[in-house]
Design a protein around this ligand. Sequence first.
Ligand code: PGH
Ligand code: CA
Ligand code: ZN
Length: 307
Amino acid sequence: MLVSGVEILQKAHREGYGVGAFNFVNFEMLQAIFKAAVAKNSPLIVQASEGAIKYMGIDVAVALVRTLSARYPQIPVALHLDHGTSYESCVKAIRAGFTSVMIDASHHPFDENLKETKRVVEVAHACGVGVEAELGRLMGIEDNISVAEKDAVLVNPEEAERFVSESQVDYLAPAIGTSHGAFKFKGEPKLDFERLLDVKKRTNIPLVLHGASAIPDSVRASFLESGGDLKGSKGVPFAFLQEAVKGGINKINTDTDLRIAFMAEVRKVGNANNSEFDLRKFFAPASEAMTKVVAERMDILGSSGKI
Ligand code: PGH
Ligand code: CA
Ligand code: ZN
């Protein structure tokens, strides 16, 4: 059943588990994600970026999610706008049927971010839609980074407290050292868990981890086996994801892992038979591999069995 993101994330916040927010750009990805949720009896957040919306058409994106959530009424599903860049973009998503939106104004000065977030909260709450905002910048941090440098990119817990109380935002993405994509850390993976705990204590709302792909060994191995190159890639280890959930993260944004798992299988089919051109022969094993990754992640984050 399609529900507000607030419903799913408030429960996760109260009960202390994490829910994966999985990106999709087409039917195959969405179906693979839904299959995992059904197999694991997990609540589900599916999210589309502005780029994904442009690729699919917003009407198609919403129709796909509505249709699959009607097919599996036992699964609570939220449809979330990932990294909405403007008030207009958020309103468009809400009008089209999204049940959760992110207004990402974190690259603006604090006051501007707050002002823009407040505007979105006002309209979203009038429509029963949840709102996510972000503080700080997504960027890998290293061992030898200075305190001043850290403070410049990561979330400021005092600011987070003020931001949440003044904006009435439903969930917050605090930058604690992750970044998007397959190359998250130069050296050893490192996240600022102390800062996370401080933000959670001061805000007491669901928190969001962006750039949360793990690039598990099995996924990397599959991509390499297919002839792909992922030299230097590094994700957020499972143990870190679990520590983040313990520290108050409830929404875990995951895109890169899904893409890698899917494309490895597509490439393998092409390699094995270069006269194959039936799309289904490529997409069926690719979807299956993606379902496995999503299902495993639901176990890791603790959302399995939480419907
Ligand atoms: C993400 C996805 N989407 O908003 O934060 O991050 O690149 O780690 O999957 P990954
Ligand atoms: Ca941002
Ligand atoms: Zn993100």
